[in-house]
Design a binder for this molecule. Structure first.
Ligand SMILES: [Fe+2]
Length: 588
């Protein structure tokens, strides 16, 4: 039985295919159309999923979409009456959403009646909860989803047992931890879709000097819920302004903070002006208050459910700084966050919701790795290399046996070279986890500056992340709980901070990826070889891209390698190196 999950006409459009309970493929549309966070209809992602399963659209039994127009109809109508422009925008999106069967038929050039699949609408946050619990290793867990807004809710919690979830409560628009974080990020001058990540990195550079004020911005009363101080915001008056429908553009959000926020905290930062101490302290206060509220909710959830494992989803679940503190701040002992915790993950969630909650099928799958995207055969990689400018540019190209590739690549990294590492199937979710990664030496304090200057061009306050052999986690970090998808940040042991300065953030933490041999044998071997050479079984890992979606095809990897002046590139079993004389390296 084949179930196709589709997140369409919403940020991070994506598709996933579940066949007889097993995830076969999952990918974001942005990897194909090269538009970051692309919304619109994910035709290429769907095509990839069907091809991977070797089936046609006509063979799909169920299509699951993570949106239910009937959810919270009363709240929707209330705001539609208050804000006619908002009602018009929603009507437009809804019309497209209702037309998904037609869009499918059109994209695949099929007569609508040839599509025999049954269509299911799954409420946004129920799909989020399903996306984490049903693929987690837990038979029972407390569940929490928190994001900006979906089907007019921002937060939902409940319990998962076996193949069922039960919902215990939710919080509706306009109260939203996601909009809180986005609104304050916008106030701090970070106004692009997805900029919250930058502000989380900035927070480590400040003091939570405005925490009292931030307790007014998000208010709690000891229960599981919270309310926004609406004076500080305007989204409840203007409507949640989002442009979702255009596939060719990164989504945009309207400004959510009000003049009152500027009155209380000082003028909003112009995005073009430098970041100063007030912004650093406001970012730290924003993060500190998010953590207070989140940990309070989790403690209540633990008390109510009596369960020791928690599954998180929604954009807020990408807050790796908060996630890393859950063990210390709440009684939960185990956490699961799947790699696409945000809205891309809805495609997986909607499909598994149908499989278990609707069809009652038993659990049979655990997402123990993130490699659900496109992979390319050795022949395809070879022909991409042959057709490229690599030889023209004077590169040394060698095809080596698998075990030698890791050895040679580790030598390059240890020599301070920046290595593009392209292997196997692409990662699901926004983090590069060793298949589409740029890898560098974590021991060199200056590596962050070198990477930023030559390749990534990111703000200096954003940290780079470490990948570590899972078995060595406790040697370097103060916690050893698995973090296979880079969703938790832990403190680096004080005595080890000098050993891995490049991926250690200013607050002494690292957003680590724990790598097991089972989940990614090639990447594990690379890190082990580097550890054998240097005594440090850790590499710095950043995504293989330069202000664009992560590279997907070998051609894109080669293009990015040449454009950004990396020193070496591994594509499957092929090692590409700059001739020794022209490699800039870290030491020059
Ligand atoms: Fe969401």
């Amino acid at each position: 039985m084949h179930i196709l999950g589709i997140n369409a006409y919403h940020g991070n459009a994506s598709a996933a295919l579940v066949s007889d309970g097993r995830l076969v493929a999952a990918v974001e549309e942005e990897r194909f159309n090269r538009v970051k966070y692309a919304a619109g209809f994910p035709a290429a992602a769907i095509r990839y999923c069907l091809e991977t399963a070797g089936i046609s659209l006509a063979e799909v039994d169920h299509v699951a979409v993570p949106r239910n127009p009937w959810a919270r109809l009363g709240t929707k109508l209330f705001y539609a009456l208050k804000m006619p422009s908002f009602a018009r925008e929603r009507a437009k999106v809804l019309a497209r959403f209702v037309g998904i069967p037609e869009a499918l038929a059109q994209a695949f050039d099929a007569a609508p009646k040839k599509i025999r699949a049954k269509f299911h609408r799954v409420e946004h946050h129920q799909a989020h909860l399903a996306s984490t619990f049903f693929v987690s290793p837990f038979d029972q867990a407390a569940l929490l989803s928190a994001d900006g807004l979906g089907d007019f809710a921002s937060t939902m919690w409940g319990t998962g047992r076996g193949n069922r979830m039960s919902i215990a409560g939710s919080i509706a628009f306009p109260h939203s931890l996601g909009m809180y974080y986005t609104g304050v990020s916008q106030y701090l001058g970070f106004r692009k879709f997805g900029d919250e990540y930058k502000v989380m990195g900035l927070a480590a550079y400040g003091e939570p000097a405005y925490l009292e004020e931030f307790r007014q911005i998000v208010r709690t009363n000891g229960g599981i819920g919270f309310r926004l101080g609406l004076d500080y915001f305007q989204h409840h008056r203007t409507g949640p302004e989002m442009t979702w429908s255009d596939a060719g553009k990164t989504p945009e959000l309207g400004l959510m903070f009000s003049g009152y926020m500027a009155k209380r905290l000082g003028p909003a930062r112009d995005p073009a002006s430098p970041v100063e101490k007030p912004q650093r302290d406001a970012a730290a206060s924003l993060q500190a208050r998010l953590e207070e509220v989140l940990f309070g909710m989790l403690r209540t959830l633990h008390a109510r459910t009596g369960l020791n494992a928690v599954c998180l989803a929604g954009g807020v679940a990408f807050n790796c700084v908060a996630n890393g503190k859950i063990f210390a701040e709440t009684p939960f002992e185990q956490i699961f966050v799947q790699p696409a915790a945000g809205d891309a993950g809805l495609a997986v969630g909607a499909a598994y919701f149908v499989h278990h909650q609707v069809l009652g099928q038993p659990r049979s799958f655990v997402m123990d790795n993130a490699y659900w995207g496109p992979g390319y055969s050795p022949e395809k990689v070879r022909s991409a290399v042959a057709a490229s400018r690599l030889r023209e540019e004077g590169m040394e190209i060698a095809e080596l046996p698998e075990e030698q590739i890791a050895k040679e690549a580790a030598k390059e990294i240890a020599a301070g070279k920046i290595l593009g590492w392209f292997q196997g199937r692409a990662e699901w979710g926004p983090r590069a986890l060793g298949n589409r990664s740029i890898v560098a030496d974590p021991r060199r304090a200056g590596m962050k500056e070198i990477l930023n200057a030559r390749i990534k061009h990111r703000e200096m306050f954003r940290p780079f992340a470490p990948s570590i052999l899972a078995e060595a986690t406790a040697d370097f970090f103060e916690r050893s709980n698995p973090s296979p998808f880079m969703t938790q940040a832990y403190s680096v042991r004080p005595e080890k901070r000098a050993a891995i300065p490049a991926p250690t953030h200013v607050d002494g933490t690292g957003r680590l990826q724990t790598v097991t041999r089972e989940a990614n044998p090639r990447y594990w071997r690379l890190i082990r070889e580097f550890g054998d050479l240097t005594g440090v079984p850790v590499v710095l890992n950043t995504s293989f891209n330069d202000n664009e979606p992560i590279v997907c095809r070998p051609e894109e990897a080669i293009e990015c390698f040449l454009r950004t002046k990396m020193d070496a590139l591994v594509l499957g079993d092929i090692l590409v190196r700059k001739p020794a004389s022209s490699a800039p390296g870290a030491s020059n």
